[in-house]
Design a protein around this ligand. Structure first.
Ligand code: NAG
Ligand code: NAG
Length: 330
């Protein structure tokens, strides 16, 4: 390549890099801020917290269901409550993708009830987005289960589209290795540290036998699985068991949001391949070990990662709105 060609080539390279980087919307949304509703609905955080607490007292499933719903929402076309939309007419919505089996109805119910309580205050009516209510409710369930509480950024608008086809390939799978996990999280502006921190959502809640059958019923038991734990799993999930049978993701403290998740990994008691690889892979093992022995460091990292997750694909008044009913477009 001659010098001239090289120079031209470089200009084209810089231009195309700039086209892809300079013109993209900035990943952290300037509109988000704490106390976003201080003028329009100053009591909104207490209203949501009270509803979430009541729901939590009725059923513990509220915790994993809400946490999972938030995660699912943000990873599929941004934190815009698109996951809440019910299918209508010919449009098959996000929540009706087969991957939604992990979305328990109690997460949806929590947001719908909190929205009703917020809208019952005349000055708040139709001012607070479903996406923000889900964000607040998620913070509240984590705290109710013993995890850290934190200030949330608010100011999201609700999305105007929701399609089942947008789900495929956008959610991490239980079979993923660290490379696959990293690339899925990096797409959403989350780095490896954030990925390890958010994986601790598996410190509570449950999954289903069909999700792990290949680890315990393959030609041999997965060698990264603790053998006593593998036997327990085989007893809970015999061959040909109803695939919908639920199993706890954290075998030690399934109802507490804590760093025991990382201690379990050290003992090779990660339920999914995507959990256990965090300890098996030398890139992430130091983080697992650090947080297994330091709950405060874990809490800090979790709050950072949740805040970054809450900024993914945020909509504004141009491409979003405040939905009147979280389950339907206005
Ligand atoms: C999940 O999707 C199935 C259809 O694929 C649907 O019947 C079910 O109601 C959905 N579950 C939730 C919680 O929306
Ligand atoms: C990930 O990002 C956080 C800041 O958001 C930073 O503190 C941390 O060092 C980063 N980790 C890696 C592996 O880049």
């Amino acid at each position: 390549m001659s010098f001239d060609n090289m120079a031209q080539f470089n200009i084209v390279l810089v231009l195309s890099l700039c086209l892809s980087l300079c013109l993209l919307p900035h990943p952290t949304s300037a509109q988000l801020k704490q106390n976003f509703y201080s003028k329009t609905c100053p009591n909104v955080e207490n209203i949501v917290r009270n509803v979430v607490r009541q729901k939590f007292q009725q059923t513990f499933v509220t915790v994993p269901a809400t946490l999972r719903l938030f995660f699912h929402d943000c990873f599929v076309s941004g934190c815009d409550a698109s996951v809440m939309i019910a299918s209508f007419g010919g449009n098959k919505a996000e929540k009706d993708h087969p991957d939604n089996l992990s979305l328990a109805g109690d997460g949806f119910d929590t947001v719908i009830k909190a929205k009703a309580a917020v809208d019952a205050v005349p000055s708040c009516k139709n001012k607070v987005s479903c996406a923000d209510i889900l964000t607040m409710a998620t913070r509240d369930v984590v705290a109710l289960a013993g995890g850290p509480s934190y200030a949330v950024e608010l100011g999201r608008f609700d999305g105007k589209t929701s399609t089942s086809s947008s789900v495929s390939g956008n959610l991490p799978k239980g079979s993923f290795d660290v490379n696959q996990l990293n690339s899925m999280f990096i797409k959403n502006g989350l780095n490896q540290t954030d990925m390890v921190a958010l994986s601790a959502a598996h410190t509570l809640g449950f999954s289903h036998c069909n999700q792990i059958s290949s680890r315990i019923w393959g030609s041999k038991v997965d060698s990264t699985l603790n053998s006593a734990y593998a036997k327990q799993l085989q007893a809970m999930c015999p061959r040909n068991v109803d695939p919908r049978i639920a199993i706890n993701m954290d075998p030690s403290t399934p109802r507490t949001f804590d760093n025991v998740y990382y201690k379990n990994l050290q003992q090779r008691k990660g339920l999914f391949t995507s959990d256990q690889v965090l300890f098996e892979d030398s890139r992430t093992r130091p983080t697992v070990n650090a947080w297994a022995s330091n709950p405060n460091a874990f809490n800090k990292a979790f709050i950072t990662a949740m805040t970054k997750l809450g900024r993914v694909g945020v909509k504004n008044s141009g491409n979003g709105n405040i939905r009147r009913n979280c389950g339907a477009f206005n």
